[in-house]
Design a protein. Structure first.
Length: 112
C-alpha cells in the first residue's frame, strides 16, 4: 500500500468579472431591491406594432390559421405566433416567405 501520494489539489475558479461589470450589476440589483426605476435597453429590435397588425390582417384575409401559415412557409406555428405577438426578432427571410404566401409586402419597419 502506497502511503504517500504526490497529487496536487486542483482548484477550479470562475472567470473573474471586470470591476465595471460587477459594479453595474450590483448597482442595478441594489436599485431593484429598493424599488427604484431601472432603465434597460434592448439589444435587438422586435416586431413593430404595425407589422404585427399587417401580418394578422393578411393571414385572416386569406382565411389561414397560424399553423397553416407556418406549414406553407415551412416554419413552426410558434414562429408565426411570436411575430403576431411581437416577441420575435424580425428575420428578413421569414418576412419574405410570409409576404410571398400572403400576397402582401411585409417590411421590418413598415413606417420607414
Amino acid at each position: 500500500m502506497a502511503s504517500g501520494q504526490d497529487w496536487d489539489p486542483v482548484v477550479l475558479r470562475k472567470k473573474p468579472q471586470s470591476a465595471a461589470a460587477r459594479k453595474d450589476e450590483a448597482a442595478v440589483n441594489a436599485a431593484r431591491r429598493v424599488g427604484a426605476e431601472v432603465e434597460t435597453s434592448r439589444k435587438h429590435e422586435r416586431v413593430s406594432t404595425e407589422l404585427k397588425k399587417q401580418i394578422i390582417q393578411a393571414r385572416t384575409a386569406k382565411k389561414l390559421t397560424q399553423a397553416q401559415l407556418g406549414q406553407l412557409i415551412n416554419e413552426k406555428p410558434s414562429i408565426i405566433q411570436d411575430y403576431e405577438t411581437g416577441k420575435a426578432i424580425p428575420n428578413p427571410q421569414v418576412l419574405s416567405k410570409m409576404s410571398r404566401v400572403l400576397g402582401v409586402v411585409l417590411k421590418k419597419n413598415p413606417g420607414k
